[in-house]
Design a protein around this ligand. Structure first.
Ligand code: ZN
Length: 237
């Protein structure tokens, strides 16, 4: 199974470089060895009025969206049903949300509603980190409370550490209970801090199209690799 996934990923990467995004979405649907009974919900963190962390001209929300779109593409390519919580940097807020705080809360509630409306969701929230010391670096995977979350985080963190950041010694951690969206989606969930935009070397990587594709490939392939644990959450063998 692991060999099959690796071969599929290589094929996917070659083709993603060669053809347009829309064509890929339309043309290639089922690379997985069996149809997964899950919906991967890909959440590009922040957006709209909330740009997240910033570094110079770089907005975390835009970086998150770039990586999320590539993850969607790779997921569909591998036969994994995928839905995005947002498709652009613009978010429409309800008219009654008359403050930044209320608009942000309305957006979070809407994202949770979307997740809960989908069949057998698995939630991946994509973020970037920032710290006052420019030397801080490294991908970090956090996991939620539901079955399968820790396993998925472990596979993603392990793959990033061994394939992309060989000197990254970070290990997975349970997400803080005050992160609204992670607390309320009630499904297998991970929050991925892809790296520190405050570290110039890591920022250069994170804004690189090829590096983003590698992250996306790891995220989608890790979900497939973790299918057993994730489906267990929904009572499947
Ligand atoms: Zn963030």
């Amino acid at each position: 199974m692991k060999k099959t996934i690796a071969l599929v990923c290589i094929a996917a990467l070659v083709i993603t470089l060669a053809v347009s995004r829309r064509a890929e979405l339309n043309a290639v649907k089922t690379f997985a060895s069996r149809k997964p009974c899950l919906t991967l919900v890909i959440d590009a963190g922040h957006g709209g009025e909330d740009g997240g962390a910033t570094e110079g001209e770089v907005r975390e929300s835009a970086l998150n969206l770039d990586i999320a779109k590539k993850t969607e593409l790779m997921s569909v390519f591998l036969g994994l049903p995928a839905v995005m919580t947002r498709e652009s940097e613009i978010i429409s807020y309800p008219p009654e949300a008359d403050s930044v705080k209320k608009r942000k809360m309305a957006d979070m509630r809407e994202r949770v509603r979307l997740v809960k409306s989908l069949p057998q969701p698995v939630f991946i929230s994509i973020h970037q980190n920032k710290f006052k010391l420019a030397s801080a670096y490294g991908f970090e995977a956090y996991y939620g409370a539901e079955t399968g979350s820790a396993e998925l985080a472990e596979i993603i963190q392990g793959s990033v550490n061994s394939l992309l950041e060989r000197d990254n010694r970070r290990t997975i951690a349970r997400i803080s209970s005050d992160i609204y969206i992670m607390k309320n989606v009630s499904c297998p969930a991970v929050l991925l801090e892809c790296g520190f935009i405050s570290n110039p070397t890591e920022l250069a990587q994170l804004t690189d199209d090829g590096y983003q594709r590698k992250l996306a490939m790891i995220f989608a392939c890790s979900v497939l690799q973790c299918l057993g644990s994730l489906e267990e959450h929904y009572g499947k063998d």
